[in-house]
Design a protein. Structure first.
Length: 157
């Protein structure tokens, strides 16, 4: 009788143990929904406000230009941007746009999380190059960057 009770108890343990403890630590954790992150190309609208006094303060007269053209001549101003995309991509895009005095707007495409390094370049009667700063592109599909050059310096926002 004791042997029978022992076998019955053992049988009950084999039957009920998986019911109570089966799957303990075996279940897969459900993944939480990740927030949506836009990863496609991003349209960047770049607005540049250029004051003559900034160019005068950051560049110098080109002596060869003075000899050839005298007091007459033109100065061309360019804004350049080099873009590098992190995360396993080694894409580098460089753009160079001529800008005029006053307000200028143009459009470029970039990628989310890329970093754009901006520079101003002056050629002609005056010459010079200066790094302006860096901007990291967000995940908004349409963004605006405003760069302002005036007597007191440059700013990016």
């Amino acid at each position: 009788m004791k042997k029978r009770n022992g076998l019955l108890l053992l049988l009950l343990l084999f039957i009920f143990t998986p019911l109570f403890f089966g799957g303990c630590g075996m279940k897969e954790k459900k993944k939480e929904a990740e927030p949506y992150v836009y990863t496609g190309p991003v349209d960047l609208w770049i607005h540049v406000i250029l004051d003559r006094m900034y160019v005068k303060s950051m560049s110098e007269d080109d002596p060869v230009w003075k000899i050839l053209m005298g007091p007459f001549g033109s100065t061309r101003v360019y804004i350049t941007g080099s873009t590098s995309v992190p995360v396993n991509e080694t894409v580098t895009t460089t753009f160079k746009r001529e800008i005029n005095w006053g307000s200028n707007s143009f459009h470029v495409q970039s990628h989310t999380c890329s970093e754009i390094n901006f520079m101003i370049q002056v050629e002609g009667k005056r010459t010079g190059t200066k790094e302006i700063g860096k901007v990291t592109v967000g995940n908004n599909p349409r963004q605006t960057i405003v760069i302002e050059f005036n007597e007191s310096g440059s700013s990016i926002r």
